[in-house]
Design a protein around this ligand. Structure first.
Ligand SMILES: C[S@@+](CC[C@H](N)C(=O)[O-])C[C@H]1O[C@@H](n2cnc3c(N)ncnc32)[C@H](O)[C@@H]1O
Length: 301
């Protein structure tokens, strides 16, 4: 399950399975009382993908010992994903309120914002991801009778390739301000592809554009360590997923510095600050440790 330059996947394999994992967390977060997010499509999408472990997670059918016995407590992962989801939801809502009518979701996975956020009339939402990911989500949501709440345009493309050409071919207008998100993506790109991604976003961003993403100052090392502790448990339960093998290791440019050097004005919030904004605290446990230094970034041009 290691990476290569031209690898591809669906939602049940390799990097695609991470999108299903995150959607399972959103499905559980949607059931919380009171919920921080509302993603009614997450659960049917995860069930449709059909990875047995995540279906059992939704069914509460975890192995003996319960959640607290797992190396990483899934309940804390769910809270972290809920807060992350809400951060990007709020980013798009603020952009829409400020008149931005073009949105781009890079590495959309099972993101359903094009269906569940209250977009103003005239908003176009572009979703980019690998072809098998985009196609499966579109087909499943269509079978569910879901209707997008914006004009949704899918762009099946690999983000290591010429995605701006594919975006333009689908009607993207680089004269209009755009709201971009890169959520749960950067560590799955090689470091040079991460830089190229931001170069290309910058080149496509008219004045008034904005961007939201997350930055791991340690280059994802703590996330990879955490994943290694989960992999044996998952394997025992029939899930062959080791996130530490899917991320690219090695030095990365610091995202805030890189964006600032490309004329973006940056705001940053730590994960603890995001949680505190919703009256929550970052738990002092293995699931949350890698999040301690994670920074949510919004940038404006
Ligand atoms: C952890 S998931 C996050 C999905 C979504 N942003 C979310 O938060 O629910 C990572 C996503 O990145 C996508 N991805 C990673 N590398 C990619 C690439 N080179 N080209 C296209 N998509 C990519 C995967 O297909 C997957 O959907």
């Amino acid at each position: 399950m290691t990476r290569s330059d031209r690898d591809s996947w669906d939602l049940a394999s390799s990097v695609g399975a991470t999108a299903t994992m995150v959607a399972a967390a959103r499905a559980l977060a949607t059931r919380a009382e009171p919920p921080l997010i509302d993603d009614p499509f997450a659960e049917p999408l995860v069930r449709a993908v059909g990875i047995d472990y995540f279906v059992r997670l939704l069914d509460g059918d975890l192995p003996d010992g319960g959640e607290a016995a797992l190396p990483v407590d899934p309940r804390h992962v769910v809270t972290n994903i809920a807060v992350r989801t809400r951060f990007f939801d709020d980013f798009f809502t603020a952009a829409a309120n400020d008149g931005v009518r073009q949105a781009v979701i890079l590495a959309a996975g099972l993101d359903t914002r094009a269906y569940r956020l209250p977009w103003p009339d005239g908003t176009v939402v572009f979703e980019l991801d690998q072809p098998a990911v985009v196609d499966f989500k579109s087909a499943t949501l269509s079978q569910l009778g879901a209707q997008p709440s914006a004009e949704r345009r899918t762009v099946p493309v690999d983000l290591r390739e010429d995605w701006p050409a594919a975006l333009r071919a689908n009607g993207f207008d680089d004269a209009k301000p755009t709201a971009w998100i890169a959520e749960g993506l950067l560590l799955y790109l090689p470091p040079d592809a991460q830089d190229r991604l931001f170069d290309l976003i910058t080149a496509l961003s008219a004045p008034g554009s904005r961007l939201a993403t997350e930055y791991h100052p340690d280059g994802g090392a703590a996330m990879a360590e955490r994943s290694k502790t989960m992999a044996p448990h998952w394997r025992e339960q029939g899930l062959d997923l080791d996130l530490s093998e899917l991320v690219y290791h090695g030095e990365r440019k610091a995202v805030p510095d890189y964006l600032a050097a490309h004329d973006w004005t940056i705001s940053m919030s730590s994960r603890a600050e995001l949680l505190a904004g919703y009256g929550l605290e970052l738990p002092d446990d293995a699931a949350s440790a890698p999040m301690r230094n994670t920074v949510a970034i919004t940038a404006v041009r």
